[in-house]
Structure formats: structure tokens, C-alpha cells
Write a protein that binds this ligand. Sequence first.
Ligand SMILES: *Cc1c(COP(=O)(O)O)cnc(C)c1O
Length: 389
Amino acid sequence: MSDHPYRLMAPGPVPVSPEVSKALAQPMLHHRTPKFSEQLKRVFKKLQSAYQTAQPVFMLTSTGSGAMEAAVVNSISPDDQVLCVRSGKFGERWSDMAEAYGAQVTNIDVDWGQSVKVETVQKALEENEQIRVVFVQACETSTGALHPVQEISKLVKDRPNTLLAVDAITAIGCMELPMDEWGIDILVAGAQKAFMIPTGLGFISLSEKAWAFQKESKCPKYYWDLERERKAYEKGQTLFSSAVSQIAALDQSLDAFNDENRDGTRKRIETLGRATRKCLEIWGLSTFPEIPGSALTVIKVPDGIDGVKWRKDVEDQYNITIMGGQDHLKGKIVRIGHMGYITDRDLIETLNAVAFTYNTQAEQILPAPMIEFGLKETQKILNEAPLNG
Ligand SMILES: *Cc1c(COP(=O)(O)O)cnc(C)c1O
């Protein structure tokens, strides 16, 4: 076993800040006490700021996928036509969920690692006037690819009978994504990725246009009935028992996404990505996605390298968790996360481990000066956006 300190470098769950850990360790409050109500109302405000919306943002006590399901059941009725961009595991999830609730699903299948073309979405919409909702990821975490949601929102805006639902679980906070300004109708986020707290909360907000769809939607729902959730929200409550500790953690982490800090947080995430990609470039390794999001760097595993072993060696020998690929990408990609409380040292130790374990498999070993050079360049980039800077 390795005696290195544990480092969590996955694209979710992510390491949390000391302030978040402290908030999680506070004595339990009852969710109907004045003290908690005050905190809840503050967090509601902070969520609107993170989403850049005037609409209420709801917290659902589930993982991010629960908020995705809430998006589906509050926007469609069985037999409705929907359009899903399917470019990886999470695009598949939108499609499977819509199908589970009886929607007639048209999928736009995109090669994993590619970004959907705006023209393809436009054509699909023009061909079918009945499309009620377009479901897409802002960043498809299973491949690292970014989708052009701002352009897609322009296509949907002019169609009174169509909504745009965006899964921004690894996008909000990592890129500019102002919900109201871009005209996104349903925006979904999650706890353990961009919002940098432990797993267990999902987030969702609906535009005014989406609320009209919500009223008409005939999908069965009880726990995810957002009309009832809204009534609780208006009283400064959550519909069911509040996840008190998680909300205390959010009260801390969301400060990173207010008007004052949002740009700095995004820049830090982008910088970790840029530093990582600089290292890869120096080592002669490629990134997998055509247009990468900032939340993670996805390395294309070179021919002759066993990607499953590579990832596992990093964990077994260096006590660092990075992720591999799923389904047909198993062994073909390695994913390093940039969200969460990640220090320069965390990233550098990770890149070291990635290089050293690669060298045990590669015929052409990366020469040590090359590694050092890569790290020096990396540190230079990191200095441009220090943590807590
Ligand atoms: C992680 C992730 C999800 C699923 O979130 P869970 O919290 O695991 O349910 C959905 N979409 C994207 C883009 C993700 O990165």
C-alpha cells in the first residue's frame, strides 16, 4: 500500500474545502427552527446567484440524476416528442429517462468525444414541429466534450412549444452559463461536481416558459412535483425534510459562485485544465474530446498502453483517484477532474503519478528532464490563478 496522502482527482465527487468540512461537522439543527430557516433563505439567494436567474432554484435531496428526472417529469406528458443529444453516458441517461416516462424520443447520436453541431439540432427541430423538449448536457462528463448550449438556446427561444433542458452538472461554475440571459428553460446542477460539496443534492430551476409546461405536464410525479416544491419555497422551506448538513456546506461553497467570486472560481478551474493540457502537450499525449470543457481533462490513451492498468497504478501506487472510461471507452481514456478544492500540489503530484505510471508501460520512456520541464511550465501557469487568489 502507498503511504501517500489520499488525493481525489475525479470529475466528481470532488475534494471539499476546509470550510465545507467544518460546516458539515456542525451540531444538527432541526429544519423548522428559525436559525435554520435563516440559513435556508440565504442559500436560496446564493443559488439564484450561482444560476444567474431570478427564478427560484430548488434543492432536491437526491443525486444529480434525481434532478434530471425532475426535469423530465415536470416538462413532458407521456407520448410527447422529445429530442435528446446522445454523446455519452449522460446523454444516454436523458434519453432513457424520457423513454421510461413514455416520451417518443428522437436521439441525435454523436460520436463519443465530439460536440453536437448546431446545424444538426436545427435540422432535427425543423423536421419535427412537435418536439416539446430538447435535452442536452452542457459538458458530457463521460467524454469531456462541451456542447454549444448557448447556440442551441437561440434555436429553441423562438419556438413557443419547445423547451431547452440543460444538464449542467459539470458546467455551472466551470464556464459562463447565465440561465436567464441565455434563455435556458430548465437548468440542472449537482452537489459533488461543480458545487463542491459531498454527494446528495440535486438542483433545478425552471424559466417562466417552463412553468407553463409544468402545469400541463401529465407525467406521474409525487416527490418530484415542482409545483408543490415551489409552494414550500415561497414559505422559505423545502417540501420534505431539508438536508440540513448539506445545506450548511452549500452556504460555504456557494460563495465561490456569487457575482464577486464567480470569475475567479471559473478561472481557477480553467487554469488547472490549461496546466494539465500543457503537460500533456509536452509529453506528446493528446486530449480526447474535440472541444473540451473546463471541468476535466480527458487523456486519449495511446496505442499499446493499457488504460485500465494505468488508472489503477495511479491509485495503487500513488493513492490518487482519477477515472477511466466507461463502456466502449473503457481503457481508451483517462479522466482527471479540475473541480473542487484542488491545490497546485495536488495537481502536480497527480501529473507526476500519471507520468511515472505511464513510463512503466511505455516503450519510449518520458525522460525525466522532460517531466521536470512539463512541471515547471505547469507551475508557471498555475501561478497565474492561485487557489483562493
Ligand atoms: C455526474 C453527472 C451526472 C449524474 O449525477 P449523479 O449525481 O451521479 O446522479 C449527470 N450528468 C452529468 C453531466 C454528470 O457529470
